[in-house]
Design a protein around this ligand. Sequence first.
Ligand code: MLT
Ligand code: MN
Length: 330
Amino acid sequence: MNAPLSGLTGACHIGHATGAMQIKVLGSGAGGGLPQWNCAGRNSAGVREGVPGLRARTQSSLAVSANGKDWVLLNATPDLRQQINETPELHPDPNGPVRNSPIKAVVLTNGDVDHVAGLLNLREGQPFTIYGSERVLGVLAENSIFNVLNPEIVDRVPMTLGEPFQVKGPDGPVGIEIEGFAVPGKVALYLEDESAGEDFGTQEGDTVGLKVTDTIAGTHFFYVPGCAQVDDRLKERLTGAPLVFFDGTLFTNDEMLRQGMLQKTGERMGHMNMSGPKGTLAAFEDLGVERKVFIHINNSNPVLREDSEERAVVTKAGWDVAFDGMKLEL
Ligand code: MLT
Ligand code: MN
């Protein structure tokens, strides 16, 4: 039986083991964040106006630790510098050497800008390890700007899908095991090949979900920030899970079109939507997941407003909506 979730805590656990896996939401928004730089839509404008019950959100990423000392980032967003500054657990140890960081590794779920561009913030000669599928590491290899992370000190380790591995930092294992697995999705926007047909050249490994296990506490959770469909394979995997963070991009498939933001449906973007018979709420209904948390929430999504009808719908269905700084222990 899995240990019960202790839920949200306000406590800070820097530098000492608590016996539980610590999970911090560094960012809960989709690409662009909230507010988005060029968006005057209802939510982006609302945040700028200070509408109550509507929080700013940076782009989606989690930080995870088994020992409260070594941290693993799940994705690295363009907001990473801000996220680190706002997260004391990720600050250098003031009693350590002049250059040090508790960030020991980054695990990537796809090659999207909102999930890899933050690697560039981790330059400055600090050793850590990058894990990604062959497809995603291929994207880094093809873009020479990532060589600013000197491969001699920043290891790039391919993640074989379906094979759990121990996450290792420069000083060895950090007590976290990860299994990456392919989920239905789409190749990164900037790699879409229109000539390749309706999947735009998408291949296995372009979008992965992560099973994250604390090898000390024995607890685990799933992180799936991008997903086009909950197929039978994914249902089987997630059934009975103690905690799942899942793609919360849109509430309805056409909401970006209706708000005049983008001529694309969620389906076209490779994201499920929350509502409707084929939506996420319906897909999870019988999976018996103990705690369900939406993450990667687009600035068009009405659930971002705590007083909205749509928020009430997802809450009634047993879902939390992640926010920046949310902390869970497992
Ligand atoms: C997505 O989640 O669909 C992408 O992050 C979109 C983008 O690259 O802007
Ligand atoms: Mn995204």
